[in-house]
Design a binder for this molecule. Structure first.
Ligand code: GTR
Length: 421
């Protein structure tokens, strides 16, 4: 008898534990859920014009996302100084200028620097730019031998030559396939990119990066409503924007945020919190990015908080396996970007990021754009693969995997020509 009970407990625990970790990819197994209306306040009041949206609804949504999803930035901190550490008039086959600008931040005895790599088309005086983080260092985005290799922490990766958490020459240019720089330059856009771990190393540890700048004595991690890493990275994008405003080569009214995957989540949050950004592109951002959380398809809130406990604020964990209780969903994150253009892109094989949920998010954000007379996603039917819908709210699903491809960039540039330039 005793043995049977122990056996049953074992089976139950194993099954339960396992079920929790198995991802669902079946639309028929989506739990029933009600999507919160972007145009009804938490108190149930209808919002029917842009003024009410801006005065009432937008602020309460922004506050909820800030305190319960991504986390608040504890204090303001300005750039202490910046310096151009390298520049050239002859980059990208002579068509562009290159600049590497180091921004420095100081507080008490703490110091942090990050370097922005900037390419600008020579053919344009005051260029619109795409901006966003890269995963493995500025030197990976092109084969340009003059790009400085960051000495910030990097996750070890033998095939990329990352040993002892240090980036090396071996990975120069390894991600040039993800950054269509020459296409951008030829189309009259610049690019500004930063290695994201220079702002905060992507590990479950709040001892380094920007977080400790605001700790009280003996504090070792942010408070439960304070910033996780995504919020810290998006803070870095806003500081880059502070610099762009000072650079006469850049049109600061036409800075388009771009980000892939976790860095797509970051760009969306930066676009929501900082209205100086002209537009946002989310490439395969998935859970905690463009995808609706309540569908619980692919990666879920519980799963992401377990795998990456440092990305969101601690309050977000209240929704682990409890998405039903969330009074918001990610379509409202997209709506926070309105009326500025937003582009959500998915990849057919990227089931983990829930392409259908990313599409629906763009569809359900549309009513907020319509308050401004802007066009969004006209139908709840997903478009065919490789058939972009390009409006102020845009969407495409392309063939292939979780990645950034030339196809993606061709669409982004076409869209930016129409809605940003
Ligand atoms: C995955 C994570 C996703 C996505 C991705 C990435 O492991 O589960 O949410 O962010 O990493 O950033 O490449």
């Amino acid at each position: 008898m005793k043995k049977t009970i122990i056996f049953l407990i074992f089976v139950f625990t194993f099954q339960f534990g396992f079920a929790q970790f198995e991802a669902n990819y079946d639309e028929n197994k989506i739990p029933d859920f009600e999507l919160p209306d972007p145009l009804t306040t938490f108190k149930g009041k209808k919002v029917n014009n842009a003024k009410k949206w801006e005065k009432k609804r937008r602020p309460e949504l922004l506050k909820f996302f800030t305190q319960n999803v991504y986390g608040e930035v504890p204090e303001k901190l300005n750039i202490a100084s910046f310096k151009v550490i390298e520049e050239s008039n002859d980059a990208i086959n002579g068509k562009a200028t290159r600049k590497q600008v180091e921004l420095s931040f100081k507080k008490n005895d703490l110091k942090l620097d990050f370097t922005i790599l900037i390419y600008l088309p020579k053919s344009v005086e005051n260029a619109p730019i795409f901006t966003g983080y890269n995963f493995f260092g500025n030197h990976t985005v092109s084969n340009d031998v003059n790009v400085i290799i960051s000495d910030a922490w990097a996750r070890n990766n033998e095939s990329l030559g990352i040993i002892n958490n240090q980036l090396t020459e071996q990975s120069r240019g390894v991600r040039d396939n993800r950054w269509a720089i020459e296409k951008m330059i030829d189309s009259g856009y610049g690019l500004a990119t930063i290695y994201y771990c220079e702002i905060d190393a992507d590990m479950d540890d709040f001892a380094d990066g920007i977080h400790p700048f605001f700790y009280d004595k003996n504090q070792t991690q942010p408070g439960s409503a304070e910033w996780g890493s995504i919020s810290a990275w998006s803070w870095g994008l806003s500081r880059a924007m502070d610099y762009f405003e000072k650079d006469s080569g850049i049109d600061e009214s036409k800075v388009i945020l771009f980000g892939h995957s976790r860095l797509g989540k970051t760009s969306l949050w930066a676009g929501a919190t900082d209205q100086r950004f002209a537009a946002v592109i989310s490439n395969d951002s998935g859970c905690g990015g463009a995808a609706l959380s309540k569908r619980k398809i692919g990666e879920t809130v519980g799963r992401i908080n377990n795998s990456f406990p440092h990305w969101f604020c601690r309050n977000f964990r209240a929704y682990n396996n409890n998405e039903k209780a969330l009074p918001v969903d990610q379509h409202q994150l997209l709506a926070l970007i309105a009326p500025r253009p937003v582009y959500v892109a998915s990849a057919e094989e990227d089931k983990w990021a829930d392409p259908h949920g990313e599409f629906l998010s763009a569809f359900y954000a549309t009513p907020v754009y319509q308050l401004y007379g802007k066009e969004g996603i006209p139908s709840i039917e997903m478009p065919e693969v490789n058939q972009p819908i390009q409006n102020t709210v845009s969407y495409h699903i392309r063939t292939g995997k979780h990645d950034v491809t030339d196809f993606d960039w061709e669409q982004y540039i076409k869209w930016a020509d129409q809605f940003v330039k």
